[in-house]
Design a protein around this ligand. Structure first.
Ligand SMILES: [Zn+2]
Length: 248
């Protein structure tokens, strides 16, 4: 672990402490998708001193990303940098003690298992139902906790899946892989700070998993609208006949 003073503000926190910080430093976090959500998560987990940070995105940085995706700048756009490489370049300057593993690849059924192998926690920065469905199945089968989130317009959701313990993504959203969102950031826009707000919440959940505080994770679904100031928590019940996590 780096010098203790670097992480003192986390070590001082009762739910983390020295033991929790050691666990963070020994853990592996995999961030799938490095847009608005993924930028916020990767940045904060790097600063928190996670042992290994694997970051996956197939896209390059574009001008319209800069409104909310805080890891990138105009030079990345001009150089047509892949997001994963630009993120690793920036985060290497933030915390040299973190083992950064950028991957310029698409998340799909044939790649996802290799991407999440060895992960302590997987965090979702994707922007579509199909990708989350693929991640959910792989994480449940491999027994890896994952934090999923979505945001569009001025609202977003967060929920943490502990395989075998809590509701999985398929329990909440049956047949997600065949759904198509009519509202996306491309069609109705997205509030820049909202993507960061939701991403920060995901980072909190990831830190709970990394520190082993599984009893504290968000097993309800958090829904919030940052513009209208509404925050709700929905119960998320496991479906016993869920085709992904059910007993059958
Ligand atoms: Zn399920």
């Amino acid at each position: 672990m780096d010098s203790p003073s670097r992480y003192m503000r986390h070590i001082l926190l009762r739910p983390i402490g020295e033991q929790g910080q050691r666990a963070i430093s020994g853990g592996t976090a995999v961030v799938l998708g490095l847009g608005g959500l993924g930028s916020a998560v990767a940045n904060l987990l790097c600063r928190a001193g996670v042992g290994t940070l694997r970051m996956v995105d197939r896209d390059i940085v574009e001008t319209h990303n800069l409104q909310r995706q805080t890891l990138y700048d105009e030079q990345d756009v001009a150089r047509r940098r892949p997001k994963a490489l630009a993120a690793a370049e920036r985060l290497a300057r933030v915390n040299a003690g973190v083992n950064l593993e950028p991957l310029v690849q698409e998340v799909n059924e044939s790649t996802v298992r290799r991407m999440i192998e060895g992960a302590t926690v997987v965090v979702d920065g994707m922007d579509n139902f199909q990708a989350r469905s693929v991640i959910n199945r792989a994480c449940v089968e491999m027994g890896i906790p994952w934090v999923h989130a979505a945001c569009v317009g001025t609202y977003g959701t967060v929920h943490t899946v502990l395989p075998g313990e809590t509701a999985c993504y398929e329990c909440l959203l049956p047949d997600a892989k065949n759904k198509n969102a009519s509202f996306t950031a491309d069609t109705v826009g997205i509030l820049g700070p909202l993507a960061n707000l939701i991403g920060c919440y995901e980072a909190v959940e990831a830190i709970k998993v990394l520190t082993g505080r599984r009893e504290d994770v968000l097993t309800k679904v958090l829904w919030l609208d940052a513009w209208t100031n509404q925050i709700m928590f929905y119960d998320a019940a496991r479906n016993p006949s869920c085709p992904v996590c059910g007993e059958a």
